[in-house]
Design a protein around this ligand. Structure first.
Ligand code: SAM
Length: 549
C-alpha cells in the first residue's frame, strides 16, 4: 500500500524542491515504492480525475469511510477501476478492503458515467474525458495552450509530410498556440523544422509512430541546440566533419542531430554513413537510456554511443575524433529553468462531507518574474528558460536534467558554472572543431551568459580564435527567435534558487545575439518580421510559448 501513500506524499509535498515533476519523484527520499510506478499512477489518475470524482461522490464512499481522504480515494479508485492489474496491495490490507467493500457500487457508478457520455469503450471514454477537461479548463480561463505538447518528427524514420497524413491526419492546422485549447489541432512551429505543437493532454505514447521512433516528444527549447549546430538542409552542416554530443543522455539532442543530418542526406542523395556522431554520458545507467533512444530513432548506424564516458576525460587528439568539427554540450545544470513548468498534475478531487471540492492537491506553482503582469491566471506563464549559445571558430526538459535544484545556493551555482565552463573549454580544444553549442535549462546568468563570457576569455578561445556565432549566421528559424542573451541576472520572485542576482556580464550586443534564451515570448505571428523589427518588439508585452524538457 505504500504506493498510494507515497503518491499522496509526493502530491502534497511543498514545491520547494524544484525540478520537473518526474525529477521530484526520482529525487524524493521518503518514498518506498518504485518512482516509475508512482509517476505512472499519478499521471494516469490525473487523466481520469473528473470522472473518478463523479464516481466517488455518487458512490458516497467518503461519507462511509472516514479514514479515506479525497486524494487517497481517487488514487485507489483509479486502480480498482482502471489499472490493468488492479489495486497494488495485498488482499488483506485494510485500505484495499476499505475500497473493495464498495467495488460493486463503484463499478456501477463508473458504468453509468460511461453510458451517460455515450462511450462504448474505455479508450472512447478516455478521449471524452480529455475533451471535457480541456473544455473545463477553457471555461475557467486557463489557457492550456500555453503548455503545448511538442512533437518532433524524426527524419531518419519518416518525413513531416508522412506524419501529417498519418499521425496527424485528423488534425486541423492552426496558426497560434492559443488555438490549441481544443484537441485535434496543431501548430507547425515557425522556428524549428519538423516540430509540431499540439494540445497538452494529447497522448502519443501508445501510437505506432511513437513506438517506432517516427516521432519524438521533445520540448521546443530542447530543439534549439542541435538545430543551431546542424542547421537547415540547404545551408546546413557541410564541412563533412563528424559531430559529438558530450553530455548526451537521455538522447534528445543526439537523435535530433541525427534527424537533421538524415534530412540533409536525403535531400542531397548522400548515404547515411556520410557523417558520424559520437555520443556519450558519464553515467552508465543514463547511457543505457541513450543507447535505447538512439536505436529507437533508427540512428544506430549514424551514432556511436560511448557509455559511461566522462567527456572531460576524452582525449581530443584521439584519432577517432580527428574529424570532429561540431560539438554539442548540454551539461548538468541547476534545472532552474524547468522549476516553473507546472507539470505537477493538479487533481480535481471528490468532495467529502468535510472537505471542499475540486481542490488542487499539489504544491504551489512557482511565481514568475517580478516584472511580469497578469499573474492571476493559473498556468498563464512560467519561467522556463533554456539558453543556448553557439560558438564558432573564426556552440533542454523531460528529465534531461539530472541535478535537483534543492538548496541551490550561489556557491552551488558557481560550482556548476565552473564545471560547465571546463566542459565547453574542453570542447573548444578539439583540433578540427569549428562549431560548438552550449545549452542549459537554467535561468541563471551564472550558468549561461557568464559561462559564455568566461569561455571567451579562456586561453583556448583566444589562441584558437573562437567567437560567438552572429545572428545572421544562424539557421533560418533561429534568426527569427526573439529572446536573446541578457547582461544582468533576471530576478525570479519566490524561486527556490537565489544565486546570481547582481551578477553582470560585459558581452557585446553581437555576442548576446548568439545567446538564445527560451522563456516568456511574444505571440508567434509577431516574429516573422525582419530582425530589426523583432528587436524593437522585444521590449513589448510577452506571451509564454512553451516549456523545456
Ligand atoms: C542535461 S542532461 C543532458 C540531456 C541531453 N542532452 C538530452 O537532450 O537528452 C546532462 C547529462 O550530462 C551528463 N554529464 C554531466 N557531466 C558529464 C561529463 N563530464 N561527461 C559526460 N557526461 C556528463 C549527465 O550524466 C547527464 O546525463
Amino acid at each position: 500500500m505504500s504506493l498510494y501513500y507515497d503518491a499522496v506524499s509526493i502530491l502534497t509535498a511543498p514545491s520547494t524542491t524544484g525540478g520537473s515533476f518526474k525529477s521530484r519523484i526520482y529525487n524524493a527520499r521518503n518514498i518506498k515504492s518504485a518512482p516509475a510506478q508512482i509517476y505512472a499512477l499519478i499521471i494516469e489518475a490525473s487523466k481520469w480525475d473528473i470522472l473518478l470524482k463523479e464516481v466517488i461522490e455518487a458512490a458516497g464512499i467518503l461519507k462511509l469511510e472516514p479514514k479515506l481522504t479525497p486524494l487517497l480515494s481517487l488514487l485507489l479508485v483509479h486502480d480498482l477501476l482502471l489499472a490493468k492489474s488492479g489495486l497494488a496491495a495485498k488482499s488483506t490490507h485494510p485500505l484495499r478492503q476499505t475500497i473493495e467493500r464498495h467495488k460493486t457500487r463503484l463499478r456501477g457508478e463508473f458504468t453509468k458515467a460511461r453510458v451517460r457520455r455515450g462511450c462504448a469503450t474505455i479508450p472512447a471514454l478516455k478521449d471524452a474525458i480529455a475533451r471535457e477537461k480541456l473544455a473545463l479548463q477553457g471555461a475557467a480561463g486557463i489557457s492550456t495552450a500555453i503548455y503545448p505538447r511538442w512533437v518532433r518528427v524524426n527524419n531518419i524514420r519518416t518525413t513531416l509530410e508522412k506524419q501529417l497524413s498519418t499521425t496527424f491526419a485528423g488534425y486541423e492546422q492552426v496558426s497560434s498556440l492559443a488555438e490549441l485549447i481544443l484537441p485535434k489541432r496543431m501548430v507547425l512551429d515557425p522556428h524549428v523544422p519538423d516540430l509540431i505543437a499540439v494540445a497538452p493532454g494529447a497522448e502519443f505514447t501508445s501510437s505506432p509512430a511513437y513506438k517506432n521512433g517516427e516521432i519524438i516528444l521533445q520540448d521546443k527549447a530542447s530543439c534549439f541546440p542541435a538545430y543551431l549546430l546542424v542547421g537547415d538542409e540547404d545551408e546546413g552542416w557541410d564541412d563533412g566533419g563528424g559531430l559529438l554530443d558530450g553530455c548526451a543522455a537521455p538522447g534528445n539532442k543526439t537523435t535530433h542531430m541525427a534527424s537533421l543530418l538524415a534530412k540533409q542526406q536525403h535531400k542531397h542523395n548522400k548515404g547515411t554513413g556520410t557523417y558520424h556522431i559520437f555520443s556519450m554520458d558519464q553515467s552508465p545507467i543514463r547511457a543505457k537510456t541513450l543507447q535505447k533512444m538512439v536505436s529507437t530513432a533508427g540512428a544506430d548506424t549514424m551514432v556511436t554511443v560511448l557509455p559511461g564516458q566522462d567527456f572531460l576525460a576524452l582525449d581530443p587528439t584521439d584519432p577517432r575524433f580527428e574529424n570532429v568539427s561540431g560539438l554539442l554540450l548540454d551539461p548538468s545544470c541547476s534545472g532552474s529553468g524547468i522549476i516553473g513548468r507546472d507539470d505537477v498534475p493538479k487533481l480535481t478531487l471528490p468532495e467529502s462531507t468535510t472537505t471542499s471540492s475540486s481542490s488542487s492537491s499539489t504544491g504551489k506553482k512557482r511565481k514568475r518574474r517580478a516584472n511580469d503582469e497578469d499573474d492571476s491566471r493559473e498556468g498563464k506563464k512560467s519561467s522556463t528558460t533554456t539558453t543556448t549559445t553557439t560558438m564558432t571558430e573564426s556552440p533542454s526538459a523531460t528529465d534531461e536534467n539530472d541535478v535537483p535544484v534543492t538548496g541551490m545556493t550561489e556557491e552551488r551555482l558557481i560550482k556548476l558554472s565552473n564545471l560547465q565552463t571546463r566542459i565547453v573549454e574542453h570542447a573548444l580544444s578539439f583540433p578540427a572543431a569549428t562549431r560548438v553549442t552550449y545549452s542549459t535549462c537554467s535561468i541563471h546568468l551564472l550558468e549561461n551568459e557568464a559561462v559564455v563570457s568566461r569561455i571567451l576569455a579562456s586561453e583556448v578561445a583566444r589562441t584558437r580564435g573562437w567567437r560567438v556565432l552572429r545572428r545572421d549566421e544562424q539557421p533560418v528559424g533561429m534568426k527569427k527567435w526573439v529572446h536573446r542573451g541578457v547582461r544582468e541576472e533576471r530576478v525570479v520572485e519566490g524561486g527556490a534558487a537565489t544565486g546570481g542576482e547582481g551578477v553582470e556580464v560585459t558581452l557585446s550586443d553581437e555576442e548576446l545575439e548568439g545567446c538564445l534564451r527560451y522563456g516568456e515570448i511574444k505571440e508567434e505571428q509577431n516574429e516573422v518580421e525582419v530582425d530589426e523589427k523583432l528587436d524593437e518588439d522585444e521590449e513589448g508585452e510577452d506571451e509564454w510559448e512553451g516549456f523545456s524538457d
